[in-house]
Design a protein around this ligand. Structure first.
Ligand code: PXL
Length: 271
């Protein structure tokens, strides 16, 4: 069975990071090991969340896994709570990269023009070092702008997003997919793959945005790649899955901070 390891926080409530990655990758038929970096009462869109940094455990866990000789088909990093965790993620990637596995970095740190609460303005520089080790990075438009030093704007042309993709590759990653970009009332992704090919996909803009959709997207994308899909195929699978989750959630009156109702959509991912 294929095996993925994901490095990100446990947000105990609010459907993001590990509580999204685990069920999605399990549904996709692969083992998902977790390297938790912090335990939060809820994700940081909720007021007064608690956060326990458990990154002191990352190195001992990694050493134990090295002693066990574990191999991962994919290393997938998401939300990292501080600069030290970024450095530890780099160490982990260096220790577990084998040449036949894939390293995917979702630099989950910002949205809608702003860093998430709790991050200092220098944080993107630390995340850029994690991105430099990746085979593929999955920033949204805000994260791409922060990683490339591009001033934030509400509207982006395809040429501007393409220019950010080229700057992202100059960080050292082999491929980059920017999410949340679309033209003419659409949203989707624009990407450069490892052969320098431009990839894109979009569907009509959805009624509302929800925290955690980036984590749903990245988890499905990682699962798709591990299954052997091309980057374009995995991107389409992930985009359509997120669109289905948002449509299901928009029909439900519960609070948008609760994340998307991906649970009812998991059947679409079964083999
Ligand atoms: O979905 C990204 C994410 C992950 N983890 C935590 C978050 C967020 C987004 O707000 O706060 C703790």
């Amino acid at each position: 069975m294929k095996r993925v390891v994901t490095l990100q926080d446990i947000s105990c409530f609010g459907r993001c990071s590990i509580t999204v990655a685990l069920p999605i990758l399990s549904a996709m038929g692969m083992e998902c090991a977790i390297l938790p970096t912090a335990v939060l009462s809820a994700h940081t869109m909720f007021p007064d969340y608690t956060c326990l940094d458990i990154s002191g455990q990352m190195e001992p866990i990694s050493r134990h896994w090295q002693a066990l000789g574990l191999h991962f088909d994919a290393i997938y990093t998401g939300y990292l709570a501080n600069e030290q965790q970024c450095e530890q993620a780099v160490d982990f990637i260096q220790d577990f990269r084998t040449g036949d596995n894939i390293v995917v970095v979702d630099p989950a740190m910002a949205d809608q023009g702003r860093l998430y609460p709790g991050f200092q303005p220098e944080f993107p520089q630390a995340m850029a070092k994690v991105c430099a080790c990746a085979d593929l990075i999955l920033p949204n438009l805000t994260e791409a702008a922060l990683l490339t030093g591009t001033p934030w704007q509400e509207k982006w042309s395809r040429e501007q997003v393409r220019a950010m993709l080229e700057k992202l590759l100059a960080l050292g990653c082999k491929a980059a997919m920017i999410t949340g970009f679309g033209e003419g009332g659409n949203t989707g992704f624009l990407a450069l793959d490892r052969d320098g090919r431009e990839l894109s996909y979009s569907h009509p803009l959805l009624p509302r945005s929800y925290p955690g959709t980036g984590d749903v997207f990245s988890s499905v994308l990682v699962g798709g790649l591990v299954r052997g899909l091309s980057l374009q195929e995995a991107g389409v699978l992930a985009s359509d899955f997120v669109a289905g989750c948002i449509a299901a959630t928009a029909a439900d009156p519960q609070g948008p901070d609760y994340g998307v109702e991906f649970e009812g959509q998991l059947g679409k991912l079964l083999i």
